[in-house]
Design a protein around this ligand. Structure first.
Ligand SMILES: Nc1ncnc2c1ncn2[C@@H]1O[C@H](COP(=O)(O)OP(=O)(O)OP(=O)(O)O)[C@@H](O)[C@H]1O
Ligand SMILES: [Mg+2]
Length: 257
């Protein structure tokens, strides 16, 4: 399969500070790419640029062959079908798990919640399938506020799935999860998202080992290294600036910054 996402010399500066500088990234369709790097490396900023949340100072972003540089977040999400999960669960707390999924279906985006019961043909079925896949079928009628932190994170991944994104961006999906929830998330990402293009930012190296094939390492706004996980883990520069200080469940430090 061919390339679906490409950035060329992508750069952004905040008041003279280059948070991202000349980042060239190429992701193939169906690939699961993991982005790692120390705090402040520019990982979230890269996701903000791809999803149109911020505009680059210079550089380009191409998606499915189209130049999407400077497009609005709505256009990137709706027209190009780039879905993004921010850090921390972002669900409707006072709705059930099933209702959250139904509401996430693209057709319902602007419909008031009171009309939800009239879900169009197919949406309820799709929500049912996704509830199974995210392990919440038994809890579909529970209010989101009654779910655990990890379950709410999974529910939000399910909400993204309802939109059938061509590219799914997950920023630290295991943040705040227990070890077993983290492992379950890794399995979910491998199974549920198989064949989808996924860009995932993570700090938890156990999780990264569980899911990763190709890893991109950002450091001080630049791509420090990129390649198969095994090579990355043995790259002396990566070990020096990141892995040495990165332990499971711990935020890595700024070594070398
Ligand atoms: N809107 C902004 N205004 C000013 N500086 C910003 C802004 N957004 C990000 N930065 C700075 O840009 C740098 C990169 O931040 P970013 O959030 O992308 O890092 P990150 O790699 O996601 O880090 P973390 O692992 O902590 O989430 C940081 O130094 C941050 O303070
Ligand atoms: Mg971040």
């Amino acid at each position: 399969m061919g390339e679906i996402l490409r950035t060329e010399r992508l750069s952004v500066s905040f008041g003279g500070f280059w948070a991202l500088r000349d980042v060239n990234l190429s992701v193939d369709e169906g690939e699961l790419r993991v982005v790692i790097g120390p705090n402040g490396a520019g990982k979230t900023t890269l996701m903000d640029l791809i999803t149109g949340r911020i505009r680059p100072a210079y550089g380009k972003i191409f998606f499915s062959g189209a130049d999407i540089t400077g497009k609005s977040p709505d256009e990137v999400a709706a027209k190009y079908r780039v879905g993004r999960k921010f850090q921390g669960p972002n669900v409707f707390e006072n709705m059930t798990a099933a209702e959250n999924l139904t509401l996430a279906a693209p057709v319902h985006r602007t419909v008031p919640s009171s009309f939800l019961r009239a879900a169009p043909c197919g949406v309820t079925e799709k929500a049912g399938e996704i509830l199974e896949q995210i392990g919440l079928a038994q809890k579909k009628n529970r209010m989101a506020c009654e779910l655990s932190h990890g379950e709410r994170q999974w529910l939000e991944i399910g909400m993204l799935m309802m939109q059938d994104p061509k590219l799914m961006i997950l920023d630290e999906p295991t943040a705040g999860m227990t070890e077993s929830e983290t492992h379950r998330t890794g399995e979910m990402i491998r199974e549920l998202l198989a064949g989808r293009t996924v860009l995932v930012v993570e700090h938890d190296m156990n999780f990264v080992r569980q899911v990763a094939r190709t890893v991109t390492v950002l450091h001080m706004g630049r791509v420090l290294a990129e390649g198969p996980l095994a090579a990355i883990e043995n790259d002396p520069e990566v070990v020096r600036v990141y892995l040495k200080s990165s332990k499971t469940e711990e935020e890595p430090g700024h070594a070398g910054a």
